[in-house]
Design a protein around this ligand. Sequence first.
Ligand code: PEP
Ligand code: MN
Length: 360
Amino acid sequence: MENKKELRTWLDDMKLDHPLVIAGPCSAETEEQVLKIAHELKDTDVTVFRAGVWKPRTRPGGFEGVGAVALPWLKKVKEQTGLLTAVEVANVAHVKLALEADVDILWLGARTTVNPFAVQEVADALEGTDKIVLIKNPINPDLALWLGGVERLYKANIKNLGVIHRGFSSYKKTRYRNVPQWQLPIELKRQFPDLPIINDPSHICGNRTGIQEISQIALDLNFEGLMIETHITPDDAWSDAAQQITPARLVEIMNDLKVRKPKAEGETLDQLQQLRAEIDVIDNHIIDTLAERMKVAAQIGEVKKSKNISVLQDARWGEILQNMVAVGEKSGLSQEFIESVFKAIHQESINKQEEIVTSK
Ligand code: PEP
Ligand code: MN
């Protein structure tokens, strides 16, 4: 897919003077719940009302959504509040019903984006639609799979596209429900700067306390919008209770968020250019230093080869990591950061040494 400027038009057409905000419950539960939430969101900066109608549950027996009965409720939301409406679709039947009910925005959930068969089925069912279609990132941190979803929809002649970053599942226990892994949406933005990207802090955090922080990071990274799960009585929600916030709390968060200018001008630009020049010099030093280190690692490889010693020396590697974490801490560098940097450096040294040891 080329970088298509036309991808942005639906967002530009909205002419918002603030980031796009999509809010509403994880799941539509009752007509009363849906309408109450929508009315509370009506006179705020929220533009789009979301509600899951069909819910993908990890295990059977959980609440799987009320289904198509909720679609007329969303019609009422639109009529009574003027908010646009958005639902998740995962198969042809969902698409047909959502289009018939004139839902404005259809999104593909994380569990759908992982499956190219399902994405293709939805893309075929949506062929040529002028509705807005948003694609959540797949559960696993695979940018190609995410972009593949966008491409399948683009090829089905759907031009009003956007993506939603909802974080990535991890086998490690972390403070997030889904780890943000910001480098993935950043890379996506680099490759497709005109594809609107919306952050979903609710599914990243899995709790209420982190929503503001994640939203601010997303805005600082120039995301075009936020999707935040909102419920009148979050504790009683039928799904994702722990992460939903009240409309009142959402308004507080929106008021506290700082929207910064996407580009610097004048004196600020001069100041930034000066600092960026310094960063460029430092980055070049880092590369030179790494190259130096690899040369020494290669010499070690030669010694190991001549003496027939194995490439990986567990104890030595443990020692390096421990020392560097301690040194890094003194300079205010986090353990997580030092570990990831040194693991990458060590892996490259091993690759180099392996090449030498196995060469004739
Ligand atoms: C949701 O938006 O409620 C949802 C199910 O999200 P995800 O597909 O990101 O898990
Ligand atoms: Mn949810």
